[in-house]
Design a protein around this ligand. Sequence first.
Ligand code: UDX
Length: 436
Amino acid sequence: MKKITVIGTGYVGLVSGTGLSDFGHQVTCCDIDEKKITALKNGQIPIYEPGLEEVIKRNIEQGRLVFTTELAQSIRSAEVVFIAVGTPQSDNGEADISAVLKVAEEIGQNLNRYKVVCTKSTVPVGTGQQVSQIIRENSNGSDQFGYVSNPEFLREGAAVKDFLWPDRVVIGADSERSFNIMKDVYRPLYINETPIVHTTIATAETIKYASNAFLAMKITFINEVANLCEAVNADVHQVAKAMGLDGRISAKFLHPGPGYGGSCFPKDTNALVSIAEKAGVEIATIKATIAANQAQKQRMVDKLRKLAGGDFTNRKIAVLGLAFKPQTDDVRDSAAIIMLRELYAAGADVTAYDPVAAESMRALFPDLNCADSWQAAVADADAAVIMTEWNEFRAMDLKMMKSMMKTAVLLDTRNIIPPADLERLGFKFDNVGRQS
Ligand code: UDX
């Protein structure tokens, strides 16, 4: 059992801190946001993440997980300090690491004994050196710490599972001592034979960006193949399935859609381009991925406009799904944002429905008209568009839908409704890379 402090109770910090306490460690989660900490102490979870509440409650009850705003004290009491504060995208595409550097100062000022300082936040290659330098400067040149880069690969909606059963753990460490301490932190995973990848710090930082950029590129590739399928009358699902049977390719992340969104892929692809530019290296694949993904989001708007008869003005449009993917209320960089923006700009009468993300989207579109069921959203609509593949949309009664709409027009940007069913019922429809 180790004494661990996690600084930052955002998505990554909260899930990691909770997961580490579930491994049996004594964990303190620290944040400067007093409201958030008070809420967490009372068992109120600020994000929607399946399974998280239960694991938090269990570990609070068993005395392994505490929440505090006392930064100095929580650093002093810990053997391992995780930095999990936000690294938002700054105007030039780079990650803004000011919060990470501020935490490094505090760690330096409270370096009372040997600690491992471990960065979980996604930071540009080279940040490790900067953090170590700042800790030394703020601790009279002390070397009583080891620095580790331990990137997270958590998917929203599956984050608890991803933390407790990861495909691999990457530990970029500057010394054997700090690596061995981190190995102990993740020891409970040995039972599942989880690979622990030991690298240098710069390599670990690069692994994170390369992994996310590759997945973003893979999705974008299948999206472009889907667009080609439309032109040559092929079916992208069969193409993807057969491609995925090749072990070198694998079937995952080959599902075509309206363009990736979320808190990671858009930010990390931009950051990787910026890192490469700074290093004087051309990274053409990722530049192309970013441009093609933007075009894919726009392409969905063009498809819907065409289906709706060429013009959105005063047309009643039902937008089904707002989150960037199911099982989350996160709408960051969701393809639905571009859709709503264009619908409003063209004077459409929009009614949206999402099981959990309506409030998050209202932060961007305060006047967004949200229904409380898909049925209420499609009632009397001229056209409907599925933007997120929530299970309840897969199970929609299409006959009922048709009878409720003014005209049975459906764009399925997630390919969750069998085209044959829509055809049989007489819908005018479209999707991504299948028949229409
Ligand atoms: C991602 C990475 O998977 C995770 O490892 C990393 O730490 C953070 O970024 P996340 O953003 O939560 O996780 O979601 P993910 O499930 O990867 O989906 C990202 C986007 O790609 C979503 O908009 C999703 O709809 C889209 N996507 C995903 C596709 O369009 N097709 C696919 O086949 C897979």
